[in-house]
Design a protein around this ligand. Structure first.
Ligand code: SAM
Length: 293
């Protein structure tokens, strides 16, 4: 039993190191994906977001997530758990003048470059593990996690930590891909693309949205709402082949070599598309919940 635990811990530690290397080296490539350095998929609304302009959909995802925080006129301390380059934080600071935004990441590149982009704004990125932060308990009004908890395998510890740092009545909003059924029930094609996606994007694993709901309830979260937004996200996922092609052409034309991490990222994006096509097995959800008062 003990050996098993140690092995699992070592594996987690190893995948964490790989994830950090991955983001230190591949984050700059996201400029091809998003001018605003949004490191996530988008949200399409017919006649509102242009399906050909990726950033409008990516920023609409920020908007959808922030909307569910129910931010009012009072001062609001917001934490972005796994903040990337702070794209969501910058969007929040632009929309809400009463927000003070904190972001956490494990990548030094994101820490430095993300803080550059936040200069003069009411936000800061810190190097912290979202599973075990140094923030005081009951200190945030709002928390978001966009496509970041998957790196820890949608672990209960991530949810427990956010519960600890949220004030009573504070809101949590998660946007991410989740399984629709247990891994053991996936067809061969879904299993293949899922494993490839996890290994290329350094994701520990994905959980089912029902598991997350159960865990949120057990921890003490209330008013849990799960929105299946797979069809809203699909148009931005369909951008993947075009983004990959234009990235490679630009690199070739500038005679630049493509780093190992960039290749992993490109292949990961391709497997994300492949995984997304298995719509009976995978979905994209926005999950919101409130810490009990
Ligand atoms: C796909 S990016 C998403 C970034 C950002 N949420 C966005 O949508 O632009 C995943 C982020 O999670 C961060 N991350 C992964 N595991 C983490 C951990 N244990 N603690 C803090 N950040 C973590 C990575 O450093 C990266 O910034």
């Amino acid at each position: 039993m003990e050996t098993q635990t140690i092995t699992h811990q070592n594996l987690s530690e190893q995948s964490k190191i790989e994830m950090i290397d991955f983001y230190n080296e591949a984050t700059e490539d996201y400029e091809f994906w998003s001018n605003d350095y949004n490191m996530h998929f988008g949200y399409f609304i017919p006649f509102k977001t242009n399906p050909f302009k990726r950033d409008t959909m990516l920023n609409q995802m920020n908007s959808q997530v922030l909307k569910r925080l129910n931010i009012n006129k009072a001062k609001n301390r917001l934490i972005d758990l796994g903040c990337g380059m702070g794209g969501t934080m910058r969007y929040a600071l632009k929309q809400y003048k009463n927000v003070i935004a904190y972001g956490v990441t494990l990548s030094n590149f994101q820490l430095q470059q993300g803080n550059e982009l936040l200069k003069g704004k009411n936000g800061i990125i810190l190097k912290e593990n979202y599973n075990n932060t140094s923030f005081q308990s009951n200190s945030f009004d709002s928390a978001v996690a966009i496509e970041s908890f998957c790196h820890s395998g949608h672990n209960k510890n991530s949810l427990k930590e956010v519960y600890r740092i949220l004030k009573p009545g504070g809101r949590l909003v998660i946007a991410d891909a989740f399984l629709k059924k247990d891994k053991s029930q996936l067809c061969n094609g879904a299993k293949y693309s899922y494993h490839k996606l996890c290994s290329h994007w350094s994701l520990e694993k994905l959980e089912t949205h029902t598991y997350i709901k159960e865990q949120l309830q057990n921890i003490g979260f209330k008013t849990i709402k799960i929105d299946d937004i797979s069809f809203r996200v699909a148009p931005s996922v369909l951008h993947v082949p075009f983004a990959i092609t234009s990235f490679i052409i630009k690199k070739l034309l500038s005679f630049k070599t493509i780093k190992r991490e960039s290749f992993l990222n490109l292949k990961g994006s391709f497997y994300a598309l492949l995984t997304g096509l298995h719509m009976k097995s995978f979905g994209y959800y926005i999950i919101s919940a409130t810490k009990a008062k």
